[in-house]
Design a protein around this ligand. Structure first.
Ligand SMILES: C[S@@+](CC[C@H](N)C(=O)[O-])C[C@H]1O[C@@H](n2cnc3c(N)ncnc32)[C@H](O)[C@@H]1O
Length: 233
């Protein structure tokens, strides 16, 4: 364990609890799950084992989103996990409302708790749904749709040490990693109002594949990797 990890643990635990937490980290469990929260944008988000750990990479989606969200906009965070994207956007915009959807009720419970903690709960709606069936969304029109969907190709997941403690359902993007992008573009882009946008986090090597699916602008992160695709209607 690094000194930095130990400092985090000491901020959260003492005595026997600290010893147990140390053991979990030494056994390879991510620090974020052990302390039960992680850092994203300007605050922390509570986590349980059903939530992907929020990544700094995803802050780029928020950065581009903040440029597009106007006062009073209604937007969606599809595949919301801990709610880190939508909640951050609500916190930093005026009179906006967000629909959060995830297939995992446990993740959605955590998103609700985070929304309450951060003071935006009254502007949130939560739907536990498999987005592969878009029937619960058809009567809605959004100004903007955001999604950081699962996008790792199925056969690559097992090879990645960094994600081995995270829920597979949060990672698995199908054979080529593109299943959710095809779905979002075919079934959800029609729910975005004319003049609105869809903003998607993508994998560093998915620029060409997303450009084949739709006309979009792809933005890079500070490391020079393709990270956000924006489809303007
Ligand atoms: C990559 S994680 C992103 C979580 C969060 N938005 C973030 O950026 O940290 C993808 C999320 O999609 C959810 N998910 C996976 N398959 C889904 C489906 N068919 N319908 C709805 N949500 C799904 C997972 O439960 C997980 O929370």
């Amino acid at each position: 364990m690094t000194n930095r990890e130990f400092d985090f643990l000491k901020e959260h635990f003492s005595g026997e609890e600290l010893e147990r937490a140390k053991e979990r980290v030494e056994n390879g469990e991510p620090l974020a799950y052990v302390i039960g929260e992680w850092y994203f944008w300007d605050q922390t988000f509570l986590l349980n084992e059903a939530c992907l750990i929020p990544r700094a990479d995803t802050e780029h989606l928020v950065e581009h989103g903040l440029k597009r969200l106007k006062k009073g906009y209604y937007f969606a965070d599809l595949c919301c996990g801990s709610g880190c994207i939508g909640i951050t956007l609500l916190k930093h915009t005026e009179n906006t409302k967000c629909l959060f959807a995830d297939i995992s009720q446990k993740a959605l419970d955590m998103a609700k708790l985070n929304a309450q903690r951060i003071g935006v709960l009254e502007r949130c709606e939560f739907v536990c749904a498999n987005i592969k069936d878009n029937s619960s969304f058809l009567n809605r029109q959004f100004d903007v749709i955001f999604s950081n969907p699962p996008y790792i190709p199925t056969n690559v997941i097992e090879t990645l040490e960094t994600v081995k403690h995270e829920p597979k359902i949060a990672l698995d993007g199908g054979e080529d990693g593109m299943d959710f992008y095809r779905l979002l573009i075919n079934d959800y882009l029609p729910l975005v109002k004319e003049g609105g946008s869809m903003l998607l986090e993508i994998g560093y090597d998915q620029k060409e594949a997303i450009e084949e699916l739709c006309q979009c602008s792809v933005y890079r992160d500070y490391g020079g990797n393709a990270r956000v695709a924006v489809i303007d209607k």
